[in-house]
Design a protein around this ligand. Structure first.
Ligand code: ZN
Length: 679
């Protein structure tokens, strides 16, 4: 029968899990916004700036009058902050298939060194909303940083880039690096972004060789939330930000983003009202700390090399050179092997199989449980995500169910309870060694709890398991929270499997609980998840998502003018102007591959991949000059001009095909021989 000390171990494990949840919620709660006139960054001051820049909060994508007005107001704010901002008008083509005129705003605050730390953010919004968080918050923070650093002595030069056209293929960043005279001085970049309007500001993307920046920043941030794993997660998502461009050009860069309330991202609800002031404070604090950390560091002699790092509830950030990871994991394994050797009288083939079996069973059953709940809810509601507005019942159902599964497996393996901790530590540590070689960024999640469990198990296996569980909970829970924010409950199966992994040291600890009562938790968890169906699918906070529709005017009037065609050594050289008769600021050009296009220049800028559709934004009334070299000029080009607006009705996308080249070739406008240059 169960003995009191063991029962109390189970209670200790449950308390540990509850504390882990509370600590995780605390970790993701941003600090209160600081009032105007505070010593460091003040979110309240930044909100006032943002209110003046966005004014009536009209969506302001690149090439619109609303965006011109936003830029004008930003210029005024920067001037009033004591800087001398400059506007740079450049044409750029991004490798992502867009071309266009962009107007970047650049502020240079010279230091005693030439090398510069750059702050970058984008001034344009998505067509669907005012972009108060994406990326207005960062623009306002930039103004506040300028105001502070204009008056603060610093050794490194500071560049503030407020670029335009991020939402349209990262145009502003490309234009800056290709054309701006200051570009060659940039030694490191801090970028601020948003994929939501709330939560803490998280470092979510870093470029190669940026570890030294992060390391310096950790020393200055009051709550350094950072994990080298986030970059791995981000890399698997099909997203691009300006940091993608800094990476292409090999500039060390770090990117912070707001990620919670992502249902507002790129919608008309990305307003100042929906931007959480505490999140703005967190965003600004991170940027402030980075500038304080790097204002005087010698950027020309920055130590390179990749680091592994993770924060423990934002309190400490253990970090080490990436190359050490396999050795640290191996060290963890040796510790667990030593603990296993000491307790070898308990170990045997049976306990080995039990540990391995328990581990996998917990993962598989938890995933199956979550999958079952998700599919049942989908089938009963007839909706893909019936939990969209009210996700808590499903989250609780998955969490409680997983915990019950872990408890039941514990009861199943009760006879080898002590051996289980030791074998599980060895198994986990061995898995960490394999991960350290193939996916080093995740190895610590297994190596650290296993090593701690092994060391403490020298005193008693129960204490070892409890220590392993405490560490695992502190490392895994924040990660699960961040993954849930990033991926939503659509990833319920993966989240449940990961939760089971994080709780694996609870298996021997929950062994003494009466299994009949533990089993009763499952129907309770199921009912809790089922209560999702009692809540409405959408709410005021989570409205039905309407994507910005790209609408083509039916009276589309794009024209090609001033055409000249001449033979050249590499084929036909065709030049002219592409323009919209009705003054639309966006043109789409699509050239059939049968034309055999070799090169395409727009405003003398080479288009990276002329075979695919090219979006040309910010088209001025006089049009865009083009020059192409192609094999067959009689193949028609398709092109269209378009205006964008938010529309609830889906409208067809029509394209105009233009066959004028044929006339050019066949004689209406006779091709000019190479010697006779076109007018
Ligand atoms: Zn953005």
């Amino acid at each position: 029968m169960s003995s009191p000390p063991s029962r109390s171990t189970a209670i200790a494990a449950l308390v540990c899990i509850a504390l882990g949840m509370a600590a995780t919620l605390w970790r993701f709660t941003p600090q209160a916004p600081q009032p105007v006139g505070s010593k460091g960054f003040s979110a309240e001051a930044a909100i006032e700036v943002l209110g003046r820049i966005l004014a009536d909060e009209t969506p302001h994508p690149i090439g619109t009058p609303a965006q011109d007005a936003v830029r004008q107001r930003l210029m005024r704010e920067l001037t009033e902050a004591g800087a001398e901002p400059e506007e740079r008008r450049d044409f750029a083509c991004s490798p992502l298939g867009a071309c266009g005129w962009t107007n970047n705003i650049v502020v240079l605050l010279p230091g005693s060194r030439d090398g510069a730390l750059m702050y970058s953010c984008h001034t344009d919004s998505a067509p669907s909303g005012p972009g108060a968080s994406d990326d207005g918050a960062a623009v306002a923070i930039g103004v506040e940083l300028v105001r502070h650093w204009v008056q603060t002595p610093h050794e490194n030069s500071l560049i503030f880039l407020f670029d335009e056209g991020e939402e349209t293929g990262l145009l502003g960043a490309v234009a800056f690096l290709e054309r701006d005279p200051l570009a060659h001085r940039v030694a490191a970049v801090l970028n601020l972004e948003a994929r939501g309007t709330a939560g803490i500001s998280q470092m979510f993307e870093t470029s190669a060789d940026s570890s030294w920046m992060i390391s310096a920043w950790i020393g200055h941030a009051s709550y350094p939330f950072a994990n080298s794993l986030s970059d791995l997660v981000y890399d698997t998502m099909p997203n691009y930000t300006d940091v993608t461009v800094w990476e292409w050009f090999g500039i060390p860069a770090a990117n912070f983003a707001l990620t919670e309330n992502s249902q507002y991202y790129h919608t008309d609800m990305d307003t100042i009202e929906n931007l959480d002031p505490s999140s703005l404070q967190s965003h600004g604090d991170n940027a402030w700390a980075m500038f304080e950390a790097l204002g005087s560091v010698d950027l020309d002699h920055a130590p390179l090399g990749e680091l592994m790092y993770f924060d423990v509830l934002g309190l400490v950030v253990p970090r080490w050179p990436a190359a050490w990871t396999p050795w640290l994991a191996l060290g963890g394994f040796l510790l667990s092997a030593a603990a296993g050797w000491r307790g070898r009288k308990d170990l045997g083939l049976q306990s080995g199989f039990a540990a391995a079996g328990a581990w996998w069973l917990a993962i598989l059953l938890s995933a199956a449980w979550a999958g079952g709940l998700v599919f049942t809810l989908q089938a009963l509601s007839g909706q893909r995500d019936p939990w969209a507005a009210h996700g808590l019942p499903l989250a609780v159902g998955i969490g409680l169910g997983t915990l019950a599964i872990v408890g039941l497996i514990g009861a199943l393996t009760k006879s080898v309870k002590n051996a289980l901790t030791l074998t599980m530590a060895m198994l986990t540590a061995a898995f960490a060694v394999v991960l350290a070689v193939f996916v080093p960024a995740v190895a610590y999640l297994f190596a650290v709890p296993a090593a701690v469990a092994a060391v403490v198990s020298f005193s008693s296996p129960e204490r070892g398991a409890l220590a392993g569980l405490a560490v695992a909970v502190a490392l895994w829970f924040p990660l699960l929270y961040a993954l849930e924010v990033a991926l939503g409950l659509d990833a319920a199966i993966a989240l449940a499997a990961a939760l089971a992994l994080g709780l694996s040291f609870a298996i021997p600890l929950l062994a003494e609980l009466p299994w009949q009562r533990v089993a009763l938790v499952l129907p309770v968890a199921g009912l809790c998840a089922a209560s999702t169906l009692l809540f409405p699918h959408y709410s005021d906070v989570v409205p039905e998502r309407v994507y910005g529709q790209e609408v083509l005017s039916t009276g589309s009037e794009p024209v090609l003018e001033n055409l000249a065609l001449r033979a050249s050594e590499d084929g036909w050289r065709l030049s002219g102007t592409l323009r919209s008769m009705r003054g639309a600021s966006e043109l789409i050009l699509s050239i059939d591959e049968r034309a055999g296009i070799d090169s395409l220049l727009l405003e003398a800028s080479p288009v990276h991949d002329p075979q695919r559709d090219i979006a040309i934004v910010g088209v001025p009334p006089e049009g865009i000059r083009f020059e192409a070299v192609l094999v067959d000029p009689s193949v028609p080009w398709s092109f269209a001009d378009r205006t964008r607006r938010e529309d609830r009705e889906k409208r067809p996308f029509t394209t105009v095909s233009w066959t004028g080249f044929e006339e050019l070739v066949t004689g209406t406008a006779a091709p000019l021989p190479m010697a006779e240059a076109s007018p």
